[in-house]
Design a binder for this molecule. Structure first.
Ligand code: GLN
Ligand code: ZN
Length: 772
């Protein structure tokens, strides 16, 4: 007799209509009480548990909900809020929001001052950002929050069978940072007793299973961390709770036998990204333990090929005596709620998709297909038909795109001349001063701009009127930049809602959802486009805007594009071909845009790649392969530029020092990067590496409302000047300015231009000395 259990590692928390976002922002504005916010939390949890129960899952998952971030919940659970958050006697929820947002009320700022928010960073290779726990050698842990236990009681009161979830101790420490440079692993002995208490308490509450998440088992771990798993889990096992050790996002590889051996009652593995390991896990994992196979993709939105999954599972079921748990590969946090809300999606494309709710139904169907194959047959046939239509659809494959890619000449990704020659030509053309000043692309997206766009979208403004409104914005942005004395101007991106969505909307092969929101951090959500087919560019996208802007000024105006890797990285990407094949198609489309811009008389084209590093695979062994292809996709876009056309690129979020050779290999004439928050620490890497082309290290942090003074920026520029030759240096903010207001933007840029002028004076007065 085959016996299948179903569950999920976690469910999205923001609400199908982003109710949590609305409630949080109201609360932060002081328009609702903590109790009112708590009520929204309860409503959402009960709804999400009901969805799990209604889909026939054997347990609902408790502990995946968070008002801001689940890692922050653990910081409070373990009582390790950094000392700077203790100085006022605030209630736990208020302290929680201070951890997340800092004390100045609203704006996050990473300045490291008292009351500054915790740093935020990406959750593995997802677009979700967690708050980084700050620990040091003196950190003590103590069970300090009842939130998890309260939520368990809440679910039980609603009649649910509960599986609680916790981040495991090793992953928690791995994700933290030691502010004093001490070894985080040394804190394990102090942390484990608190886990013991948590587990004992959950057991007392009658929780049948505790999922304990250790996704770092899919990383290349130092030996000390691997060994620590054995001692830690031996100790956790003493609490007597049934533990389901959960891994995801990456194959276990050399940690496979370790994971199978740990003294826990069950193991969850990612059956999508590590599908090839399922049979080995089934072999290695002792039969008395539960195997949870995450066969439905929690990271993407395509309908599951249920036949293929059933075929993969057949040998696994044999080995497990017909007993198995089925699940999504990871928490559904990373996908939107439900297709039911999509009223305007292309019907054919929609039939190929599955969001969180549809994935729950897929699990239910898989369970039936194994336990009672006959009754699942009609539903399986429907899935089969949808998948067949996707495979056979003439819309998915574009013969012209494929032919063009196949016929690309060997040097298609290669600029004609080396940088040294291009630089001379560009210098003669552009005639820029030393330390040229520029900005990253966007200017404030004012309420007027957003109102005009909203009116245009609902049909209240016709396209001529909308275009006129955007042209007026561009014209005033150009006037302001001229008045400030900037050297290289931008048109300001008023016409763009979002740097990826805007291009996606103008490319073939993309679909857009109405409500496909996914949490990025806190109350912030993104709505990634869906790339379902071959990508091509039906018509030029930015050329008219760029030509218009350039016509208003004698100064060069940069053409502004989003690079192929970033478009890929911030979308849901088709899974029927290698991801980077899709990047090549986007690259080809954007290459044509670069060419059209230069033909229209645009002398500088910027191709933004802020997400280049985000696609880096979690396992080192795959990183070089990814970087090769990513760099090539960028170069394919850029290499159509003539020698005299200056190519810029822009990246944010630091941490480049380990990929500097690849950044240099992009061969952009100028790169602008974010460095101000790390006080230029990043630049040391560029200096040591002797980065060959021009660099604009961001001299002010656009994420903070503080207007930096001329002296602040001068100090940063002098630091930059110490490691990078002066003739390579540009002066710019560290990212686009669309979230700022005009007043602060103009004040900051005025100071920035003044700082550049001072640098020029210092260079001039030094010259005679150096010559002497
Ligand atoms: N050109 C874009 C802007 O200025 C770049 C944004 C980004 O790097 N995230 O908004
Ligand atoms: Zn940026």
């Amino acid at each position: 007799m085959k016996k299948i259990h179903t569950h999920i590692p976690g469910f999205p928390r923001i609400g199908a209509q982003r109710e949590l976002k609305t409630a949080l922002e109201r609360h932060w504005r002081g328009e609702s009480t903590a109790e009112e916010l708590a009520e929204v939390g309860r409503t959402l949890r009960s709804r999400h548990w009901a969805a799990q129960r209604d889909a026939g899952l054997d347990f609902v998952t408790v502990g995946d909900f968070a008002f801001y971030d689940h890692v922050a919940n653990h910081i409070q659970l373990f009582g390790c809020e950094p000392a700077r958050f203790h100085f006022r006697d605030e209630p736990a929820l208020a302290r929680y929001f201070t951890l997340a947002r800092g004390r100045s009320g609203g704006e996050r700022c990473g300045c490291g001052q008292e009351g500054a928010a915790l740093e935020m960073t990406k959750w593995f290779d997802t677009n979700y950002h967690y708050l980084v726990p700050e620990l040091d050698a003196d950190t003590r842990f103590a069970l300090a929050s009842t939130r998890l236990f309260d939520e368990v009681a809440e679910a039980q009161a609603l009649g649910h069978a509960v599986k609680a979830t916790l981040i495991g101790p090793l992953t928690f420490l791995w994700l933290a940072k030691a502010t004093d440079g001490s070894c985080r692993l040394d804190l394990l002995d102090r942390l484990l007793p608190v886990y013991g208490e948590v587990l004992a308490r959950l057991k007392e509450q009658g929780v049948a299973w505790v999922q304990i998440e250790e996704p770092i088992l899919g990383l290349d771990l130092p030996q000390a961390w691997r060994s620590a798993f054995e001692t830690a889990y031996w100790q956790l096992n003493q609490a007597g709770a049934q533990l389901l050790l959960a891994t995801y996002f990456s194959p276990l590889e050399e940690n496979l036998s370790l994971a199978c051996r740990l003294p826990v009652a069950g193991l969850h593995v990612d059956g999508v990204r590590a599908a090839h390991e399922l049979v080995s896990v089934a072999d290695w994992l002792p039969v008395h333990k539960v195997l949870s196979a995450g066969v439905v993709d929690g990271r993407n939105i395509w309908r599951t090929d249920l036949d293929a999954v059933l075929a993969t599972l057949a040998p696994v079921l044999d080995k497990r005596g017909g007993r198995l748990w089925l699940s999504t590969s990871c928490s559904l946090l990373h996908v939107p709620y439900s297709l039911a809300a999509e009223t305007a999606l292309d019907a054919e494309v929609e039939s190929w998709l599955a969001f969180a709710h549809e994935k729950l139904a897929e699990l239910a169907l898989l369970k039936t297909a194994i336990e009672a194959p006959g009754s699942a047959a009609p539903a399986l046939a429907a899935t089969r038909a949808a998948l067949a239509s996707r495979r056979a659809s003439p819309r998915v494959r574009d013969a012209a795109v494929r032919a063009r890619l196949a016929a690309l000449p060997a040097d298609a990704a290669q600029r004609k001349s080396p940088f040294a020659e291009r630089r001379l030509l560009q210098g003669a053309m552009l005639n820029l001063p030393p330390f040229p000043t520029t900005t990253i692309g966007s200017f404030p997206q004012t309420p007027d701009i957003r109102a005009a766009r909203a009116a245009f979208r609902r049909g209240a403004l016709d396209s001529a009127a909308y275009e006129a409104a955007m042209r007026a914005e561009i014209a005033q942005a150009i006037r302001r930049q001229e008045a400030l004395g900037l050297d290289v101007l931008v048109h300001g991106e008023a016409e763009r809602n979002d740097m990826v969505e805007y291009f996606g909307e103008h490319l073939a092969g993309f679909a857009f959802t109405r409500h496909g929101w996914v949490q990025s951090y806190g109350s912030r959500c993104v709505k990634p486009p869906v790339i379902w087919g071959d990508v091509s560019r039906p018509a030029p996208i930015t050329v008219d805007w760029a030509r218009y802007a350039q016509g208003l000024t004698e100064k060069p105006v940069k053409g502004m594009l989003t690079g192929p890797v970033t478009i890929l990285q911030w979308s849901f990407v088709r899974d029927d071909q290698p991801r980077l094949d899709t990047a090549d198609q986007i690259a080809l489309a954007m290459r044509d845009e670069v060419d059209d811009l230069q033909r229209a008389g645009i002398a500088i084209v910027q191709i933004d790649e802020p997400a280049l590093r985000e696609g880096l695979p979690l396992r080192q062994s795959r990183q070089a392969g990814y970087l090769d292809r990513a760099v090539r996709a960028f170069r394919l876009t850029a290499a159509v530029a003539r020698d005299a056309t200056q190519v810029h690129t822009h990246m944010c979020y630091a941490e480049f020092n380990d990929i500097l050779p690849q950044i240099a290999a992009l061969d952009a004439d100028v790169i602008t990067i974010e460095t101000s928050r790390s006080a230029m620490a990043l630049l040391d890497g560029f200096g040591d590496f002797r980065y060959p082309n021009d660099i604009g290290p961001g001299v002010y942090d656009i994420h903070s409302p503080r207007v930096p003074g001329r002296e602040d920026m001068l100090a940063l520029l002098r630091r930059a000047r110490a490691v990078i030759p002066a003739e390579q240096l540009w002066v710019n903010p560290d990212c686009g300015l669309k979230t700022r207001g005009w007043d602060e933007t103009e004040s900051a840029l005025r100071n920035m231009v003044a700082a550049a002028h001072q640098m020029r004076r210092e260079a001039n007065s030094r010259k005679p000395l150096e010559a002497a």
